[in-house]
Structures are given as C-alpha cells and as structure tokens.
Design a protein around this ligand. Structure first.
Ligand SMILES: [Zn+2]
Length: 268
C-alpha cells in the first residue's frame, strides 16, 4: 500500500486512542503526530531505493550489495523484513518514547520523575505500536512479489500475507474511508457535546466500521493482483487497479482522485 494511506491509517488509530486519555489539544496533537509517524514507520526500509543510498549507507556500512538489490532481497534490512515486524514496532516505539524522555529530562526545567513520566507517555508508546500494526495490516493483502509477504513475526523466516487482493497503490477507496474516519473522529465529538461525553465509544465505533468497510473493499476487488517473484502482467495489473477504482468511485470522484494522485511525487 502507498505511504500516504499507511501514514493516515496511523492517524486514524491515534484519533481514537486520544479519546482514551484526558488529552489537552496539544497532547492530542502529539498523539496524532506519533500515530502518523508510526503508520509510516515500517516503510523506512524502502530507504535502500533512495538514489544516494549506495554512496552514503553502502559506503558507511561497507555493504556488498546495491540498494536496489537489498530492497528486493530477504536480508533483515530489506523491504518487508525486520522493519515490517511486530518486534520492530515495539523496539522503535520504546526507542522513541525513551528519546522523548531524555529530551525532556535535559531541556525541561520541571523535575521529571520516571514513574509518572512512564504513565503519561504510555499512550505514545501504545499509539506508535498500534499505528505500525495498522501499516502491517495494510500490507498483508498486497502481492507476494519477490518477498512472499511481510516478515511480521521476525526473527521467524516465514513471511505472511502476500494474498494479492489489492494492488500496491491506486487504493483510493481505502484512502477515502480512512480520511473519512479521521475527519469524523476529529470533528463530531468537538461539535456535539452529547457525542463528546461518549467520545471513546464513538471513536471506537467509527474506527471499527471503517475497518469493516475496508475489509469489504479488499475482499470484493474484481481483479486478481496476486503474483510471485516478478510478473510480465505488472502494467496490466496496475491498469486494472485503476479500472477498479473508476468502477467503485464513479467517474467524477475518480477524476478528482486521479488529479490528486497526479499532484503527488510518490506512488499513490
Ligand atoms: Zn510497508
């Protein structure tokens, strides 16, 4: 799935999680930011495709393979490997929260006590991890390709997912459902006091409905996007994914989404 939809899936998780703690607007903004970062985090392993990867990281770590080879291989630092695992989400979540703690300890004038800080920062850790898991869930229905899925249970060498129910990108319908849930969760409780009083129930319900709708969309694609290794049908599959969106969204909405897609500098 594309990086924007991944990041926003983390944002959606955060809009719900924020209602579970007594959050001030600033704290809520921090929770949402961490959720968005967590949603994008696993694709940090796509850095090997960066044009300067070989000259910087390749030289620094004395790597014997080029970034392009690393990307499509099954090294622990390849795409869909360690960084797409449950253990990486927990480790990097802990690293992030520890960094925030150290930063605050050095720069804050207030006395910071570790136990109270752990309690107040637990939400950041939880949101980061859950957002990264939303990313992993989003990658499961993409094709096996050269990896055979994602190494969700790393260090196990078994890759999971790779069903090819959806294409790598052009999943505008899923993107719109996620954006819709974010907008609803942020605005409705803010506008209506009655909803605000039951904000947890409301945001959890919206997130659950969104997940069900996404599952319906994923499982009702009319084209098959499954392939192993490389495929000569790549261009055809990509075209099919566009046709599929046109069918789902209708001509007008599809045209808007296509225009939006054209404005972005990455695959969407
Ligand atoms: Zn990914």
């Amino acid at each position: 799935m594309d990086i924007l939809t991944h990041a926003l899936s983390g944002t959606a998780v955060a809009t719900c999680a924020a209602t579970y703690v007594g959050a001030t607007p600033l704290r809520k903004a921090k929770i949402i930011l961490i959720g968005t970062v967590g949603g994008a985090f696993p694709d940090i392993d796509a850095i090997s495709m960066w044009s300067r990867f070989d000259s910087i990281f390749g030289r620094l770590f004395d790597l014997s393979h080029t970034g392009k080879v690393i990307y499509g291989s099954k090294f622990w630092y390849s795409h869909h490997a360690f960084f797409h695992s449950i253990i990486a989400s927990i480790l990097f979540g802990l690293l992030l929260v520890s960094s925030i703690f150290l930063f605050q300890k050095v720069f804050s004038k207030k006395q910071i006590v570790l136990p109270s800080l752990c309690k107040s920062h637990l939400i950041y850790l939880a949101v980061f991890i859950l957002a990264a898991w939303a990313h992993l869930a989003g990658d499961l229905p993409t094709s096996s390709s050269v990896w055979g899925g994602i190494a969700m249970f790393w260090p196990s060498v078994d890759y999971v997912g790779g069903s090819g129910k959806i294409w790598w990108w052009n999943n505008y319908d899923i993107f719109l459902l996620i954006v819709g849930s974010i907008i609803i969760n942020l605005t409705i409780p803010a506008i209506f006091k009655k909803v605000r009083e039951k904000a947890r129930l409301f945001t959890t319900t919206i997130l659950s409905i969104t997940l069900i709708l996404i599952l319906i969309q994923v499982n009702t694609r009319q084209f098959d996007y499954a392939y192993k290794g490389n495929t000569s049908k790549y261009a055809e599959m990509e075209l099919n994914s566009k046709k599929e969106q046109q069918r789902i969204l209708g001509k007008h909405l599809y045209r808007y989404m296509e225009r939006f897609d054209g404005m972005l500098k990455f695959y969407f």
